[in-house]
Design a protein around this ligand. Structure first.
Ligand code: ZN
Length: 155
């Protein structure tokens, strides 16, 4: 079947017809972004204070909180390292503690102890002021555009 509407036209139509649904989704994403930020803040502060953690953020939560840099230290030789969670090929719902075995110290192999996580941090390159409203809008729009493209390909 021919594609009589451009993707842009489809997106505009979606934005018009589904205004209430889109507003509801953006509100839910704003809540998710705020919760992710709060969870990482609690986790970081309990970790820094040496308190029991009770939970571990997921990779996706750390990324949504704009703290994608996971820092760690080797308990044996004290070498520190960090990994950018955005660059890992891992399931976004995996907890960051599930990464510990893969972060073990290369210098201390074969007797490397598990790496000790020391915190989630922001990317020093990312100096933009956060705007939760804009971020939520962009996340919902990207998801809807992907859906529109999938539907168009099935026509
Ligand atoms: Zn080591």
């Amino acid at each position: 079947m021919s594609h009589t509407l451009s993707d842009q036209q489809r997106e505009r139509r979606d934005a018009d017809v589904n205004q209430a649904e889109i507003a509801r989704l953006e509100e839910a994403v704003r809540e998710d972004l705020e919760l992710a930020g709060n969870l990482v803040e609690v986790w970081n502060s309990r970790l820094a204070a040496g308190r029991e953690l009770f939970f571990s953020p997921t990779i996706r939560a750390a990324i949504l909180a704009h703290t994608p840099i996971l820092a760690f230290v080797c308990p044996a030789c004290q070498v520190t390292g960090s990994v950018d969670l955005r660059k890992l090929d891992r399931h976004p719902r995996a907890s960051i503690t599930s990464l510990i075995p893969s972060l073990s110290c290369q210098r201390c192999v074969p007797n490397a102890p598990f790496a000790k996580l020391t915190g989630l941090r922001g990317d020093p390159e990312d100096r933009q002021e956060r705007n939760i409203h804009w971020e939520a809008h962009a996340i919902v729009q990207a998801a809807r555009s992907a859906t529109i493209r999938r539907q168009r390909d099935q026509e």
